[in-house]
Design a protein around this ligand. Structure first.
Ligand code: CP3
Length: 354
């Protein structure tokens, strides 16, 4: 179906037969790898790695040299879109991402433009093209973006928040302003992901890290509705090859049916739900990605192997499962444990694919 040497990841997302369950890890390129820390130290800061196509390519490939991963993910960040809108992204040590110019008023929202993916975000497309070339068809390349709600959260709060006071104040006292922002973000995400697909991404994922802080009604109004719009606006086929779309709402376990109803191909699961329950609820409609607790990688290798078997048994027979962590890998994990995790998925899953 494709010219890939290993297309298990795409096949599982499309529920086509596979030999073993494919696996990749959210944040698989990153600080738990000494070779990443070396590149990062040489480059200065994180965004300098993202802006340099060769460095972004190098760190994307690093985990694939070490581990038997079934997919590569573009090295970049979800906050590139707000940065391209002019908010001035920077990272302060220990505090995560921040914006120099947060967006809090209606006038500021009105003034925001939709970034041109080949201009302000051209560095991301260059990274996609370089990585695609250097992957040489070994495994598929995943492109990604943040969800409008999650991006808006960072834009309004100006950084990471625990209370979500600023964004919820806007949601409940000035909903029209927030909807204008979310709509511009949805349009930006559609252009951005379609440009990544045109540049060579073979599948895309939308990260809705903060959808789970909303009530069910508000989740639908402020997050899901816009992800639905994105799914409807994406290029889903390139030269006869399907481009699968995965939606991931962290803490979104109670909304699987609604997420699946957007028309996406796969739903990402964090670890707060049993995959067998998720499969019963939406498994005939979509593929599932997940869902080992990333902290399990701190456990002894035997415990990790046990957990992998439990999750594989939970999903059971057949295709439609992409193994992953339920959220990003922690920076202080021993890389050997990550390797043992990945190998265990392949070792123990063959019996479910006869
Ligand atoms: O998965 C991958 O390997 C691809 C690269 C990727 C990064 N960020 C690299 C990164 C992806 C897919 C993301 C997504 C992202 N970024 C999300 C959604 C997923 C999630 O984790 O919920 C969010 C919320 C962000 C925003 C962001 N970027 C945060 C909160 C941070 C700080 C994290 C920290 O622990 O300091 C970043 C920086 C970032 N993005 C790093 C990496 C490898 C660390 C940068 C560094 O210090 O080298």
């Amino acid at each position: 179906m494709s010219e890939l040497k290993n297309d298990r990841y795409l096949r599982a997302l499309l529920k086509q037969p596979v030999d073993v369950t494919p696996v990749w890890m959210m944040r698989q390129a990153g600080r738990y790898l000494p070779e990443y820390r070396e590149v990062r130290a040489g480059a200065g800061d994180f965004m300098s790695v993202c802006r340099d196509a060769d460095l972004a390519c190098e760190v994307t490939l690093q985990p694939l040299r070490r581990f038997d991963l079934d997919a590569a993910i573009l090295f970049s960040d979800i906050l590139t879109i707000p940065d391209a809108m002019g908010l001035g992204l920077y990272f302060s040590t220990g505090e995560g991402p921040k914006f120099e110019r947060p967006v809090t008023s209606k006038a500021q929202v009105e003034a925001l433009g939709v970034p041109d993916p080949e201009q302000e975000l051209g560095y991301v497309m260059n990274a996609v093209r370089t990585i695609k070339r250097e992957l040489k068809g070994e495994v598929p390349l995943i492109g990604f973006s943040g969800s409008p709600w999650t991006l808006a959260t960072y834009m309004v709060e100006g950084g990471t928040t625990k209370s979500f006071a600023g964004i919820k104040k806007m949601a409940f006292s000035e909903p029209k302003t927030l909807h204008m922002l979310l709509d511009k973000l949805a349009d930006s995400v559609i252009l951005y992901l379609n440009a990544q697909i045109a540049a060579g991404a073979q599948s895309v994922m939308v990260f809705d890290t903060w959808g789970g802080v909303l009530s069910p009604r508000d989740y639908n109004e402020f997050s899901l509705q816009y992800m639905h719009k994105i799914v409807s606006g994406l290029t889903r086929n390139v030269n006869g090859q399907a481009v699968p779309v995965t939606l991931f709402t962290k803490n979104g376990g109670q909304w699987l049916e609604q997420i699946a109803a957007t028309g996406c191909d796969a739903v990402g699961l964090d670890w707060t739900i049993n995959i067998e329950d998720a499969k019963k609820r939406v498994g005939d409609k979509v593929a599932l990605q997940g869902n080992m607790d990333p902290s399990m990688l701190y456990a002894p290798v035997e415990r990790i192997r046990e957990e992998v078997q439990t999750i594989l048994a939970g999903f059971g027979e057949g295709s439609g499962h992409v193994f992953n962590l339920g959220h990003g890998i922690h920076p202080d994990v021993n890389p050997e444990h990550a390797g043992a995790f990945i190998d265990a998925v392949h070792e123990f899953s063959a019996k479910y694919h006869k």
